[in-house]
Design a protein around this ligand. Sequence first.
Ligand code: ATP
Ligand code: MG
Length: 430
Amino acid sequence: MKAVYKHPRGMPDILPGDIGSWHRIEKAVRSTMHSYGYEEIRTPLVEKTALFERGIGEATDIVEKEMYTFPDRKGESLTLRPENTASCVRAAVEGGLLQPGSVHRVWYQGPMFRYERPQLGRQRQFYQTGAEVYGVAGASIEVELILMTAELWRRIGVFDAAQLEINTLGTAEDRAAYREKLIAYFESHTDQLDEDSVRRLTKNPLRILDSKNPDMAKLIEDAPKLADNLSAESKAHFYEVQALLVANGIDATVNNRLVRGLDYYSHTVFEWTTDRLGSQSAICGGGRYDAMLEDFGAKNTPGVGWAMGMERIVALAEALSKDQPEQAIVDGPDAFVICTVKDEAAYPLIVTEQLRRKCPALKIVQNTGAANLSNQLKRADKLNARCVVLIGEEEKANQTVSLKLLDGKNETRTLPQNEAAAVLSSILGS
Ligand code: ATP
Ligand code: MG
């Protein structure tokens, strides 16, 4: 019996037919990161488990139930990264980047792993892109990060479908006082708490506000608000964020229930959502996490960042482009090389290699498999090639090629093989 393998649950393949949207979005990501002066950082897919337990926080969904953790051959506990903020901070500290007074703007992209119940928009391996800034306190860098996400949405073409929610978590001191009130409130309603919330009540009661359990909604709604328990400085910080967003024409809704994933967050947290993707509506989230850097050994180095879910952005961009089918982009070869000389392998290969070397920006694909001229031309059409490079008996004998533009007029011109690259570049515009 043959073995038939399937991908692990929640870890789907992205096949070549689906990669086009990814490439377009990744291109927009790179151009946006470049525009804002962010530099790429790459960290390993696995880290020591303790990094995430500490960096994300023990009373979080991720650490409590979503991590892929395993011992390596020497028994050391490793974890597939469920997110990249803690890894980036670790790398920046370990790499000696965070000298006093220095500022670093970094970005990353890559797969993350969370053991979740797979559903539309929720996978066990999924891709995130994110940006982090080390070494800058204050509201305006938080707003820079939000504005760059907005600009990214514009470049991807999803801006009109994205809504911004913001909140402030104040300082650790603000939260310490508030924590007591929150515990007292939930303790007087223990009968209404679910299992997760009972566990979190003493560990990290703020997390209860993040509960997705609809049965808890009313209880959470009536809970004391952190907003009513902030210091004057924290309030001023948050007002400044709001004023800067208004000055830049970005609408934001204040959502007091937004507490986000990391235990280390303080001051501004934000999330972009969309109403176009059903229940998995969060496309991007971020916030300030100064305390993590302090804890990881970078004294007086503030940190702030965001991460977006690539699958959800891809789905959103695709959903929106379906509204405008005329914008569908077909990514065919620039040139399709066909040869009608029987059993001739060398000449077309040489021609194609030279074209590729001289026109590195062009996509040049050689026909495979024997076929007559008309069938090879049909293949070129089917692939949406922009042009055909034709090699027949005559071309081979004279060391020439014939270029046929597939633009409707389908003109053909024959020219010396060593001139083909320059002509191809000029007619295809690269
Ligand atoms: P959610 O509330 O949907 O679980 P989250 O708060 O756990 O999201 P973050 O840790 O903030 O998500 O990650 C940032 C982004 O990564 C999310 O806004 C989302 O777009 C994406 N994301 C998170 N988990 C998944 C997943 N399991 N599958 C696909 N995308 C995900
Ligand atoms: Mg989650």
